[in-house]
Design a binder for this molecule. Structure first.
Ligand code: 1BN
Ligand code: ZN
Length: 434
């Protein structure tokens, strides 16, 4: 049973078998407290008084004692004893016992729950395991969105556009990089720069990939990535609101949410995550395959794969998810055919489940090449989420690589759809990785 408290959308739930009395007290047998299934204890909040209670805001996990302390530990016994005594005395002497002991304990519970719920409001995606059919059904209806903030992501796009054109090696990309690094470090993520130099059609250029790490239970890695450079054009100011800006904005917000899940809620993900911002995705020549025998592009992703191979670390990377051009107001992300199909199934399946089948249509699309390809070629499962219908009419792509790729074409709603779909796909992706 759940109590809703206006304000922060707080819900307080009562163990099965208990009812909420008119005065706010709870009653019941307490028999379900010991037997309730649940997920791991959120250690960061020292929750022992509330173990066994499903609680709080919509995105709060069931907080139950781990199996190893459920029957034996002193804390658990204390908890049970306190509630047994309240309920027993309530039955013996309903007037006085409920009023004194139960009200005091319920008040304590409400105050602590409020603190917990409000601290929790910046966090996001739910843990993946639902135990009973009822929990599964509830999870399916509750889990339609994450805490991803579309407006925050949009403001990151705006900030990038304000730096102006950001080709690899330019002063503006340096400022963009400083902005990205400042954000990532602000989320508490260990952030490193991988610097390298390559010959390009414009001579030797220095590139820098930005990598932020969120450690998980396993050293094995899932990469979520975007490129943050923009394509150089002499004839006009190309600010790449969608192409470079949108995916970078969305990735920063995904990183913030996942870091908050870890730091505020104490949730440790199964896998280590690397949030990777690639430099030098764009070709310096006008056409993608025009120069350097078709190698005038994807400088950052090719470098990362080569480096991981050299350092014998590539085997740790179990999946790579690439975002590219995902901010269009008219968001359409068809299934990228060259991508690993199990990742496509996981992501498009989640999109359908949470009500975004329109933005993630089931029809195929082939991008040919992008930053996911070096990973695929090296045997790493990878997927590209790219909306290549970015234009003046639904199927046109006439804003791509033009001066029309500006902030007014970008929507915080589209960015949030991408953020929600990615964050809510992760449990299914993690489950499929051995
Ligand atoms: C995506 C955005 N790409 C470049 N800017 C990769 C790409 C290259 C997509 C050629 C389609 C064709
Ligand atoms: Zn481009």
């Amino acid at each position: 049973m759940r109590l809703r408290i206006a304000g922060c959308g707080l819900r307080i739930s009562v163990p099965e078998g208990h009812r909420i009395l008119a005065g706010g007290e709870t009653t019941g047998t307490g028999r379900n407290v010991e037997s309730r299934p649940g997920r791991a204890l959120d250690r960061s909040f020292g929750l022992s008084p509330f173990q066994g209670w499903k609680s709080l805001c919509a995105d709060t996990p069931v907080v139950s004692p781990p199996a190893n302390i459920r029957s034996a530990s002193g804390a658990e016994e204390d908890f049970l004893e306190r509630y047994r005594s309240i309920f027993n005395s309530a039955i013996r002497n309903p007037q006085s016992a409920i009023k004194k002991s139960a009200i005091r304990n319920l008040a304590l519970l409400i105050v602590a729950s409020l603190l917990f719920a409000c601290a929790d409001s910046a966090s996001s995606s739910k843990p993946s395991v639902e135990n009973t059919p009822a929990q599964k059904a509830r999870a399916e209806t509750d889990d339609k969105a994450s805490a991803f903030d579309g407006m925050r992501a949009f403001n990151h796009v705006k900030a990038q556009v304000e730096f102006g054109p950001r080709p690899a090696g330019s002063p503006a990309i340096e400022r963009t990089r400083e902005y990205i690094v400042r954000e990532l470090k602000g989320y508490g993520l260990k952030t490193t720069l991988d610097e390298f130099a390559e010959n390009t059609p414009l001579g030797k250029i220095k590139f820098k990939n930005v990598i932020a790490e969120l450690p998980g239970e396993s050293p094995n890695v899932v990469i979520i990535a975007s490129h943050y450079d923009t394509k150089p054009f002499k004839e006009f100011n190309f600010v790449g609101a969608n192409d470079g800006g949108s995916s970078t904005g969305a990735l920063l917000e995904i990183a913030r949410i996942m870091a908050a899940d870890n730091q505020i809620r104490g949730l440790k993900r199964k896998f280590t995550y690397w949030f990777v911002f690639f430099d030098g995705e764009e070709a310096f020549c006008r056409e993608w395959d025009e120069c350097l025998n078709g190698n005038d592009h994807t400088y950052g992703s090719r470098h990362m794969v080569e480096r991981l191979k050299k350092e014998k670390q590539l085997g740790r990377v179990k999946a790579m998810i690439l975002l590219d051009m995902i901010g269009d107001k008219d968001l359409t992300v068809p299934r990228e055919e060259g991508s690993s199909q199990w990742l496509v199934e996981a992501i498009w399946g989640t999109a359908r489940q949470i009500g975004h089948a329109k933005e993630f249509p089931d029809r195929p699309f082939s991008v040919g090449d992008d930053d996911h390809m070096p990973f695929l070629r090296a045997g790493v499962p990878a997927v590209d989420l790219i909306d290549f219908e970015y234009g003046s009419s639904p199927e046109a792509n006439d804003y791509w690589h033009t001066k029309e790729d500006t902030l007014d074409k970008i929507s915080p709603v589209s960015l949030k759809i991408i953020g929600d779909v990615i964050l809510l796909s992760l449990p299914s992706i993690e489950m499929q990785i051995r």
